[in-house]
Design a protein around this ligand. Structure first.
Ligand code: KG4
Ligand code: ZN
Length: 374
């Protein structure tokens, strides 16, 4: 770890985890997460108002915990990165406001970054610099896409995406039908280990010869699984939960890995990165490994804790922004709940603007040094 690599703090509040990470270059120094998932569990999904309030309460303590864990002072940071979208508007706003306040008070550049690009960039903390271009399969609770990124800080191109439900959403919905609680991914993953993935032949969406090769569809699968369960219940038979979990999961990961490997072959990319909460799935990881090996593709998947939402991923992308001299965001930065995947970060508007800001930064910097962080 070189001392001249950028030291960046990243804040993530797009959903129900308040994540604060600190990285130096591609080295992870701290990854503090406070989750409000238990509060949402009894509602069967994330309640935006509750998430925002929980972020507000957890924000400052989590930032302080991360700084302590990393053993660095806020004064030494080279930048503050924050998820500015996509995600829940109110939840994003808490992180964006906190990041702006810290950036302003400390006189540090602010980087509003894309949650989805962060899910990809986080792998630098585990496997070193991303190859260029990077082929990424991004699978989370809100998104499922195949992306080709020649430069993760500035150029991310979607090859395909889900036309209905996201992969994680399908896991959550099937878990609800099976009364397994929320979120559904981890519990289905666990139960599937004791089930037979070939017990029930569930449909593989959009895999016909005329279907879009890189698009996904999980809504037909979801309906088919729900009908199958209903029929069992109507007949007064016991639902073989483990077999249903294993067979459903197999249908999802079969399609995901098949399309991702095909995209690599078609584009001539010899590696595949998988990111997002669903990348924590043990069967997805195993099948991807198997299929990539057979196709001569190198697989990069971060450890499960870095796959689900966290602050380290935001810091990782922020550090890359600093390293590549990307223009920081303005202090007018706002949350954008539907920030497109093609925008890895939200650069500031103009030079005149940023000049005005840097002047006020300098002024506040003086005050902050003496009063806030001495
Ligand atoms: O990336 P993430 O933490 O939040 C979003 O940006 O959406 O992804 C959350 C999603 C949830 O739908 C959750 O059920 C799923 O990731 N997930 C999993 C696993 N762990 C989390 N899905 C399958 N298997 C898992 N082990
Ligand atoms: Zn996510």
């Amino acid at each position: 770890m070189a001392a001249d690599e950028p030291l960046v703090l990243g804040i993530e509040t797009s959903c129900d985890e308040t994540g604060v990470g600190i990285v130096r270059g591609t080295t992870l120094l701290a990854d503090a997460v406070a989750s409000s998932v238990d509060t949402h569990a009894r509602f069967g999904g994330v309640v935006p108002e509750i998430a925002s309030r929980a972020h507000l309460e957890a924000m400052v303590p989590t930032i302080e915990r991360a700084l302590k864990e990393a053993g660095v002072s806020a004064r030494d940071l080279d930048g503050i990165a924050v998820t500015s979208g996509p995600g829940l508007a109110g939840a994003l706003l808490v992180g964006v406001s906190a990041a702006k306040a810290y950036a302003y008070a400390l006189g540090k550049p602010l980087y509003g970054v894309n949650h989805l690009a962060s899910h990809i960039c986080v792998d630098q903390l585990e496997h070193g610099p991303l190859p260029e271009p990077t082929m990424a399969l991004l699978v989370s609770g809100g998104h499922s896409s195949l992306l080709l990124a020649p430069d993760i800080t500035s150029d991310v191109r979607p090859l395909g995406a889900t036309i209905d439900d996201a992969a994680g959403e399908a896991f959550d919905k099937i878990a609800r039908v099976l009364d397994l609680g929320f979120p559904g991914g981890p519990v289905i993953d666990r139960l599937a280990k004791e089930g037979d993935p070939a017990a029930i032949a569930f449909p593989r969406g959009l895999t016909g010869p005329r279907d879009a090769p890189y698009d996904f569809s999980f809504s037909g699968l979801k309906t088919s699984v729900a009908r199958w369960i209903e029929a069992k219940r109507a007949a007064g038979e016991e639902v073989p939960v483990r077999d249903v979990a294993a067979s459903f999961q197999e249908a999802v990961v079969d399609v995901l890995t098949r399309k991702a490997v095909r995209a690599c072959k078609d584009e001539g990319v010899d590696h595949l990165m998988i990111g997002g909460g669903v990348a924590a799935n043990s069967r997805l990881r195993a099948l991807a490994q198997e299929r990539c090996e057979r196709a001569g593709i190198r697989l990069r998947v971060p450890r499960p804790k870095l796959c689900t939402d966290n602050g380290a991923m935001v810091a990782a992308l922020g550090a890359e922004m600093v390293a590549r001299n990307r223009l920081p965001s303005d202090l007018e930065l706002s949350a954008d709940s539907s920030l497109p995947v093609t925008e890895p970060h939200v650069p500031g508007a103009s030079h005149t603007h940023s000049h005005a800001h840097s002047r006020s930064h300098d002024h506040v910097h003086e005050i902050s040094k003496d009063n806030l962080y001495s």
